[in-house]
Design a protein. Structure first.
Length: 304
């Protein structure tokens, strides 16, 4: 099994390798390049027998690597839903137990993805903001910005991630481009899950509650910090079951679903953010190794 996994890894990622200085200490392997579509995740693995630390940076953002047991380190990398389709580089620094450091660059190709376009009209009164509404929206933006500023350095989550409600995604899915009254608007930055009002909404993984509040667009909102720049968000809640600053475990109820904020009916908007990239939250179920739930679509969410 080990051999198979290793071979599969080598085959898929065409790893590069630094020759070991001397002796048997082995080689350090990492993917030679990676490809991510807009809104998707990639788990980067660096393997080697005597690794002590791995540091990464992609543009302005730090990439957090964590040891995953048998000497390897892994990190999640995510491409924003509107990331430019181009090739850029992650700089990597690998530190061996001897203190020896090596640096390299890992090319990342971001691929454009085709998203649905939704075009609809709303009454002008919904579309033309009063000064009071604009002020509320400003408060909402500031609150979220603050919540995203101080992610825990340690990884709080453990695989697998779980779905916050056991229901299906609705038609209005992640990334859809919205044209309202003829004007292009921000793409849909989460996945809408159908949920009757009053259903339990659970934490997708362990984390710290960094935001609880009521807002113009998002309605009743809870944001969880899972550490290393990874957040999940739960919007349009009718009730909160957690307080800002508290720690939650995977599967804990954070609130009840509802129809608060700018919605047409009760549902859960589930969002995820990694290093300031808006990503499709189902990627957390699909792309994280050892994930028990391979996003088969119908499994129950809660694993206690
Ligand atoms: Zn939504």
């Amino acid at each position: 099994m080990r051999v198979f996994v290793l071979l599969a890894t080598m085959f898929l990622f065409v790893p590069g390798a630094w020759a070991a200085g001397a002796g048997e200490a082995g080689r350090i392997k990492w993917p030679r390049s990676i490809e991510i579509a807009q809104g998707e995740l990639f788990e980067v693995k660096i393997t080697g027998v005597d690794l002590m630390a791995v540091e990464g940076r992609w543009g302005q953002e730090k990439i957090y690597f964590y040891p995953d047991g048998n000497g390897s380190f892994s990190a999640l990398v995510g491409a924003d839903v509107e990331a430019k389709a181009t090739v850029s580089k992650i700089s990597l620094k690998v530190v061996r137990q001897s203190g020896q450091e090596r640096q390299t660059e890992l090319p990342v190709k971001v691929k454009a993805k085709t998203f649905r376009t939704e075009s609809f009209n709303v009454a002008p009164s919904f579309d033309q903001m009063t000064p009071e509404t604009l002020e509320e929206i400003g408060r909402e933006q500031a609150a979220f910005k603050r919540a995203f500023e101080a992610s825990a350095a340690e990884r709080l989550w453990e695989p697998p991630f779980v779905r916050p409600v056991p229901h299906e995604a609705s038609a209005s899915s992640f990334g859809s481009r919205r044209i309202i009254n003829g004007t292009p608007r921000a793409p849909h930055s989460g996945t809408d899950l159908s949920a009757p009002a009053g259903a339990d909404v659970v934490a997708a993984n362990h984390g710290r509650v960094v935001l609880v509040g009521n807002f113009f667009f998002a309605g009743g909102s809870v944001v969880l910090d899972h550490g290393g720049g990874l957040y999940t968000m739960y919007f349009h809640l009718s009730e909160f079951k957690v307080e800002e600053g508290s720690m939650v475990k995977k599967g804990d109820v954070v609130g009840l679903s509802g129809a608060t904020g700018r919605v047409t009916g009760p549902h859960l908007h589930w969002g995820a953010r990694l290093a300031n990239a808006r990503i499709e939250p189902f990627e957390l179920l699909k792309k994280i190794s050892n994930s028990g739930d391979r996003a088969s679509g119908t499994k129950a969410a809660v694993i206690k």
